[in-house]
Write a new protein. Sequence first.
Length: 270
Amino acid sequence: MEKIKETAAYLKEKTGFTPETGIILGSGLGGLVKSIDVQHSFDYSDIPNFPVSTVEGHDGKLIFGFLEGKKVVAMQGRFHYYEGYSMQQVVFPIRVMKILGITHLFLSNAAGGLNPSFSAGDLMIIKDHINMFPDNPLIGKNMDELGTRFPEMGEAFSRELIEKAKKIAEKNNIKYHTGVYVGSSGPTLETPAEYRMFRILGADSTGMSTVPEVIAARHMGLTCFGISVITNMAVFDEGEIGTSHDEVQNAAGEAQPKMTLIFRELIKNI
Ligand code: HPA
């Protein structure tokens, strides 16, 4: 808690900024930053107590500015559990953003498509999640200042924002799906048997992020909205060829203008 407050105080002093919405941009999805009228930008390595992102394609910047006239703070690149960070480290920036004043958290991720009706390059508005990480960021002594011991997760993703997002997509002729995201540790992609298992469990997309952040955000009462960019389709059959990291990055690049539009329009109307 002391570290969270120390980091928030540092950023507050440097920026004088009170953001309303936090945004997390996933792998290859940093393009939204071009739409932000940037006021302040920090390399993660320059922020006291921040972990440092290590994966290729993750820029590692915290950006303060205006998006459609609204005050936002955006993470270009996030911290993944598979990089070796603890859950506490993974969600540290979310807690700092909450102390800085955000009420809403927007999350994006690159994900594998489990629902056979999806294709690479599609968007999925996340309506719910399944935590398959072997951990949870709220394990340990509860930080009562931030939230309750047993947070309710009945509406992890805001139904109101989902409905608004669907209308925005329809108005702009953007193809979308809604579905359940399952998060697991990675860094391995799933075996065909694991992809099949996740599908049987009721998930439509799978990735290595988002779930810990949403858990921490809901603990603190933040309203969440998330989009999966489907970068590859699950390989359900042991005979099929799997996905490369390059394919994931390319599909993310193609789909990101659509995701950016939905985020912008939603944030404009919060
Ligand atoms: N599985 C897990 N994480 C992912 C995938 C996947 O197929 N694609 C992009 N991130």
